[in-house]
Design a protein around this ligand. Sequence first.
Ligand code: NDP
Length: 269
Amino acid sequence: MTYKMKSKLLTIFGDPVSHSISPILHNFTIKELSLNGCYTRYHLSDGDKLREVFFSCGFDSANITVPHKEAAFKACDEVVGIAKKIKAVNTIVKKDQKLIGYNTDAPGFFESIKEFQGIKKALLLGAGGTAKAIAHILKENSIKPTILNRSKNRLTYFKDNGFLAYSWEEFRVDRYDIIINTTSAGLSNDALPLKRELLRELISHSNYCIDVIYNKLTPFLKLSKELNKPYKDGSDMLLYQAVLAFIEFFEHKANKNSIKKAMQEAMFL
Ligand code: NDP
């Protein structure tokens, strides 16, 4: 199907950004769906320059990755949906010369855990930007999140927003339906996100484990596998956040299932 739509110039802003597979996902899907556009990468060191760069390069829409999601939130003229609570934006769309911001990480994560049944209580390891997005989307869907972080500094945001949030020293063991690793432990090292014995105990009493790190059996997931718990990495979260961003980029004219199918194919290119 061909849509009569002006060609879209899209990008991803990040620092670093060279590792991002978003250009592969989006460009392949644009071609598969016979849409008109091109998705690039933009290495942006200074997040405060995001708005200026966006307009001067003539971009129509963009994704934003680490560490500029909070800067992107501030750069928007209007922020839609759950991004208002998270105060971080990973998708911006230009409409009538205004920047409209969305957070598709949060609904993308929720979509990725839909196959896991009966989740009422979740333990989030880590208290960074991804944990904020996940905590809010779980709460919106009647799942009670508890945040457990190595240090105290980042807990203030969660406590101020009414979440249970503990540092390693303050935490007392409880039972959770799902354990979610939102830390970067295991991304480029062999670290576990928590002391092994405590993590082993928590996983043993849980039903599911998920890591937001993608394309990797992290030490956390290895332990989950060892303890015979159903587990998954962050590939589906990555996929669904991209599908939801693509829908906004192309003004809801492309079909969700077709986008998902093309992006799934692109992930294995
Ligand atoms: P942040 O830098 O905002 O937060 C990192 C968190 O990890 C902090 O709470 C930090 O604790 C904790 N941490 C880091 N290293 C360790 C460690 N060795 N042990 C225990 N805790 C640790 O990161 P983000 O939230 O932006 O990103 C987190 C991860 O999510 C990244 O790996 C990123 O790749 C992934 N991600 C995946 C997505 C997907 O689509 N699948 C989308 C977005 C992100 P402290 O406060 O004590 O320093």
